[in-house]
Design a protein. Structure first.
Length: 389
């Protein structure tokens, strides 16, 4: 298709919810992408933290293709091996007890919210329905996960949202104590690093304080690892940096390596909360997505995580204090760069010079593939820095 024609076709028929960049990507390998003009890009966004091992990664591709040749879908009326194996892997690596599979981050969070409400209703009474989340958080686009999302501007046009959500300020334990004493709280849902909110690292003492409050009051601690999960921050899940034990962990994005899958992990305490008929998904735990996810999760070992941490430190050291850079935030390969120029301008300049980056609020956000080769990472960092000046 000639350049321009695809963009016109897309604009005519695709709902106008996305402000796409004028780039038509057609193929890639690892952390390199190519557009319809044959121009090459270093991928520093990995499809918003999804292609964990890059584009067309051979191991991931082999796992997916092998499953594609056998069975693509059965519905959840029958047993299939890939989702059971994936659930086993996730539980073995986290100490959690059960997994519910959906197809996205929002669905994983919907499941978590249902778990919290049912657990509290049975344990304390149906009036214990409030879910506390953090201001500036992002939990998804369904009407319930929008209600959970602590950013008013997402809410305005879609009232009424699901009731029963209260947003508190990250770092302020007194405010949380106050909310717990004045509301009947079922659970707290939070990110350890607010991704869409601007790659803001939530204070570790606050996270541990929240965990302790939850434990004392039998309120479910639910950690949203949709963006921070699956090796992104240098641990399998970001909560593992803080020595806490969540009751529920949600994840998606990098889990599937590029195919849609979301997971809600439940600890021993809540493993039996959802019973027969309480929840479901036609596609959830789809064999192909699950086979790909098994390949992703089984490769996130200590050596890879050490590599992610090291590359993250490189990016921090490279950008911190550099000309045009105001500050650097994040952990591992989840990096936010506060730039002197508007972030959108930097991202546009990078794109012209063959580096694809993301923004998060007013920052440039980097979420490269976990296995991006060091020389590509360095080259991309140099170009990004030149675009910051
Ligand atoms: C992206 C994201 C979601 C939503 O995931 P979808 O797959 O788009 O539904 C939820 N929570 C966090 C922290 C995210 O980054």
């Amino acid at each position: 298709m000639i350049m321009g024609a695809l963009q016109a076709l897309d604009k005519q028929y695709i709902a106008g919810t996305y402000a796409r960049f004028p780039v038509e990507l057609i193929e890639g390998k690892g952390s390199l992408l190519r557009d319809a003009d044959g121009k090459e890009y270093i991928d520093m966004g990995s499809g918003i933290g999804v292609t964990a091992f890059g584009i067309a990664d051979t191991q991931w591709q082999n796992a997916v293709i092998a499953q594609l040749g056998k069975l693509q879908h059965t519905s959840n009326l029958y047993y299939t091996e890939p989702c059971a194996k994936l659930a086993e892997l996730l539980c073995q690596k986290t100490g959690m007890s059960k997994v519910f599979f959906g197809n996205s981050g929002a669905e994983a969070n919907e499941c978590a919210i249902k778990v919290a409400r049912k657990y509290a209703a049975e344990k304390k009474g149906a009036e214990y329905s409030t879910i506390v989340t953090l201001k500036n958080s992002f939990h998804g686009r369904t009407l319930t996960t929008l209600a959970a999302t602590g950013q008013e501007h997402y809410h305005e046009l879609f009232q009424p949202l699901t009731p029963g959500f209260v947003h508190v300020t990250a770092g302020d334990l007194d405010e949380l104590r106050q909310v717990i004493s004045t509301h009947k709280v079922a659970g707290i849902l939070m990110e350890c690093i607010q991704g869409e909110g601007g790659v803001l690292v939530v204070d570790g003492d606050y996270i541990r304080g929240v965990a302790e409050l939850c434990r004392q009051q039998d309120i479910l601690l639910m950690i949203d690892e949709v963006q921070t999960g699956n090796g992104r921050t240098g641990k399998l899940y970001a909560y593992m940096h803080y020595g806490i034990t969540p009751d529920v962990v949600t994840t998606a994005k990098g889990l599937g390596g590029g195919l849609p899958i979301g997971a809600c992990l439940m600890s021993e305490k809540v493993q039996h909360v959802l019973g027969f008929g309480d929840h479901g998904s036609t596609y959830g735990g789809n064999p192909i997505a699950s086979a790909g996810a098994c390949s992703v999760i089984s490769r996130i070992d200590d050596a890879l995580l050490a590599e992610v941490s090291e590359k993250g430190r490189f990016l921090h050291d490279f950008f911190a204090g550099a000309p045009g850079v105001k500050s650097v935030s994040g952990l591992g390969l989840m990096v936010g760069i506060e730039t002197e120029k508007p972030a959108a301008e930097v991202v546009k300049a990078c794109m012209e010079r063959g580096v694809l980056c993301l923004t998060a609020k007013s920052k440039v956000r980097l979420l490269p593939a976990l296995n991006i080769p060091m020389e590509q990472l360095k080259k991309a960092a140099e170009i990004i820095l030149e675009c910051c000046k």
